[in-house]
Design a protein around this ligand. Structure first.
Ligand SMILES: NC(=O)c1ccc[n+]([C@@H]2O[C@H](COP(=O)([O-])OP(=O)(O)OC[C@H]3O[C@@H](n4cnc5c(N)ncnc54)[C@H](OP(=O)(O)O)[C@@H]3O)[C@@H](O)[C@H]2O)c1
Length: 445
């Protein structure tokens, strides 16, 4: 290399050494504090890859005194005025880790309109308010990055947006909530009821004091809406997702599932069918041999089918401070690189509109557990109702009695959900029925 060239390179290196990207953190809880810790711990590597020094300039919290007492050496960093961050022209990157829809969505969009780059792990904002967020990014000619919003530490947003971009995505299927997966795995492993496993999950810190969003399937629906929007290039929100939680699952269902060679999981499924997309989250029996069946405990996993690549699967820790910080910092590195390279608004990946398939038109197999009066002819009555509704039965199993009643499990061939609903409403009217124990969809494909 000529001497002049080498000097130029040294000068550039020196200039690069001196450049600092100022970051504002919104939130310093589980993930926010882990981001700061990970940045300190692995600073040299992170800054080398980013191509610049990175400095956390201010941190927004609600309870200022609590944080100042807890982190006396960082006390001046904390503020409870969002304007100290969003209004600071030296801060070019905002990392939002507060959680919740508002005021997070408001702060994110304000920052984007000012031209700041935003990193967030907020699935609620990205799934519910995604359109507003991307519009604000366009107005500010800037970009929003959200790897941490789905699957915690698992890289899935970037692979879907970039690595698999050559593919026509046909299906995204996953275990998107660690709390539910822990509960179902524990019910299966220990033979316990749902409530006992929920309490255990709470005592171990795997479930929140209010676990509603996790066990109702809403958390998974938010994540599925984000993944489907990227995968299929059309905007979906959690409202588009047919959603059922795991709180109705009984230990008997898991025991019967084992008889059939199945494992029960809370599955989020997005499937392209012509110009419509099937979007659903519900407890699902999978064959024991299915790759997702082996994902246990708090682990998350997402399988993606693309016409060119076939099926690929991503799995790992779906939550946790450090795991999510890993995803957030990968975004931070990309942000800084984009900023240095002058890459601005790349635009939203949603470029078309697709219909959502009505839930009555879903076709799958069904497991139906009934408690009936233990009399002759009951099975024939139920089978008759199924037959008149175009549902054919694959298996019938009667294994135990509950007092004077019998418990019968029916497994259907593939049937239309609308037909099944009609059949169930007719079965409810049969005098021999005591109660419908549970109905669970089976994905055998
Ligand atoms: N935890 C995980 O494993 C995980 C995994 C994936 C994604 N995420 C996402 O990451 C985000 C952060 O989660 P987290 O678990 O770190 O939450 P967290 O522990 O509850 O921390 C939230 C932080 O934000 C601050 N904050 C909340 N509302 C605020 C407001 N209105 N004004 C100012 N500060 C406010 C809180 O301050 P105060 O303490 O003063 O209230 C706290 O410092 C969420 O969007 C979550 O969904 C979390």
């Amino acid at each position: 290399m000529a001497r002049e060239d080498s000097m130029v390179n040294c000068d550039l290196a020196a200039a690069r050494d001196m450049s600092v990207v100022n970051v504002g953190l919104l939130g310093f809880g589980v993930v926010g504090s882990s981001v700061a810790e990970l940045l300190d711990e692995n600073r040299e590597n992170i800054e080398r890859r980013a191509g610049s020094r990175v400095k956390i300039k201010r941190i927004l919290v609600r309870d200022l005194e609590r944080y100042r007492l807890k982190y006396p050496e960082r006390r001046d960093l904390f503020t409870c005025d969002p304007e100290d961050i969003i209004g600071d022209p030296e801060i070019t990157v905002i990392i939002e880790l507060m959680g919740g829809l508002e005021p997070a969505s408001n702060y994110i969009t304000r920052a984007l309109r000012k031209g700041k780059r935003v990193v967030t792990a907020n699935k609620e904002v990205m799934s519910v308010d995604g359109e507003r967020v991307f519009r604000a990014a366009e107005e500010g000619n800037t970009e929003v990055y959200f790897e941490g919003s789905v699957g915690g530490g698992i890289p899935i947003i970037k692979p879907l947006k970039q690595s698999l971009a050559a593919n026509r995505i046909t299906e995204i299927k996953g275990i998107l909530n660690g709390t539910s997966n822990y509960i179902l795995s524990n019910m299966s492993l220990e033979g316990l009821e749902f409530d006992e496993c929920l309490r255990k999950a709470q005592s171990l810190g795997y479930a929140e004091a209010d676990p509603t969003a996790d066990i109702s399937g809403l958390d998974s629906a938010r994540k599925l809406a984000i993944l489907a929007s990227i995968g299929f290039g059309a905007r979906f929100t959690p409202r588009d997702v047919f959603c059922e939680g795991i709180d109705g699952v009984a230990k008997e269902d898991i025991i019967y599932g084992k008889e059939f060679g199945w494992t029960l999981k809370l599955i989020g499924l997005a499937r392209l069918d012509g110009d419509a997309v099937e979007l659903r989250v519900h407890p699902t029996f999978l064959p024991d041999t299915a790759p997702l069946a082996s994902i246990s405990g708090v682990t998350n996993a997402v399988s993606v089918k693309g016409h060119a690549v076939g099926e690929v699967m991503f799995s790992g820790p779906g939550a946790g401070g450090m795991a999510t910080a890993s995803a957030v910092i990968s975004d931070l590195i990309e942000v800084v690189r984009d900023q240095l390279a002058g890459i601005n608004n790349l635009g939203c990946t949603c470029y078309r509109s697709l219909k959502v398939k009505p839930s009555e038109d879903i076709c799958t197999e069904y497991y139906i557990r009934l408690e009936v009066h233990d009399k002759p002819g009951v099975m024939a009555q139920v089978a008759g109702v199924m037959g008149t509704n175009n549902i054919s039965l694959r298996w019938v199993l009667q294994k135990r009695n509950i007092g004077e009643n019998a418990e019968i499990v029916f497994v259907t061939h593939r049937a239309r959900e609308g037909n099944l609903r009609t059949a169930l409403s007719e079965i409810k009217k049969l005098p021999s029925l005591v109660r419908i124990g549970n109905v669970i969809r089976v994905e055998n494909g």
